[in-house]
Design a protein around this ligand. Structure first.
Ligand SMILES: *Cc1c(COP(=O)(O)O)cnc(C)c1O
Length: 214
């Protein structure tokens, strides 16, 4: 039934250049995830904590689980022991909770700051000033159980390639400005509809779902 999965992955593998591919597995069945797993992929992205925990429990333990969707503070405790990378940190309050839960698990949790780059009201994310305020805050600087690896962003959902490219470029500029000083290595941008533009504009990690499973 899902015999396109490996074909689709092979195509994206050829197009992704040096970027890392996170397979966005939200809403997909264990059977479908197992099919992806069989192709050798180990990086999966989910945006709902309950679904993520269910899949983590039932699938092989060498999968790297990425949280890509909005994360509620009261849900952090369910994923703290195993999450590989949280892409969606958009407040100091949330980060404090991640730091606290990571400490309980005696580990350091890697994360990205989610930036608002789209021309849409509804999407989550920080603006540049909010990012700088967090980076400069003593509370943040004293957190020992979280490690920022870079930035994540979602472009506007539009057919206007020029606009999408500009949004990715602006995020890449911000990433480049800080990456050396802060030891960042991950710029998470690009989904099914726009990963080629993201790859062309500095992405180091693409998050692709529907293009693989449809
Ligand atoms: C669902 C989702 C994706 C993948 O979207 P597709 O268009 O299915 O590739 C990527 N990033 C985030 C944050 C998502 O919620």
């Amino acid at each position: 039934m899902h015999n396109n999965i490996s074909k689709n992955i092979t195509q994206i593998e050829q197009e992704r250049g040096n970027t890392q591919l996170v397979v966005v597995s939200k809403y997909r069945s264990l059977e479908e995830l197992n099919e992806v797993y069989a192709t050798g992929h180990r990086n999966f992205g989910e945006n709902r904590v309950q679904e993520l925990v269910d899949k983590y429990t039932q699938l092989p333990k060498d999968i790297n689980w990425h949280v890509i969707g909005h994360l509620q503070t009261n849900k952090v405790k369910y994923i703290a022991s195993f999450v590989h990378l949280i892409h969606s940190i958009d407040s100091l309050k949330l980060l404090k909770e991640v730091n606290k839960q990571a400490k309980k698990c005696d580990r350091v949790i890697p994360f990205l700051f989610q930036m608002h780059i789209a021309d849409e009201e509804t999407k989550f994310g920080l603006n540049k000033d909010e990012l700088l305020a967090i980076l400069e805050s003593p509370v943040y600087q004293e957190m020992a159980n979280v490690k920022c690896k870079g930035l994540m962003g979602m472009a506007t959902n539009t057919d206007d390639d020029k606009q999408v490219a500009e949004e990715f470029q602006s995020l890449n500029t911000l990433f480049e400005k800080h990456k050396t000083g802060l030891g960042w290595d991950t710029l998470s941008m690009g989904m099914s509809g726009d990963y080629l533009l993201a790859v062309a504009n500095g992405s180091t990690l693409i998050r692709v779902g529907s293009k693989i499973f449809n």
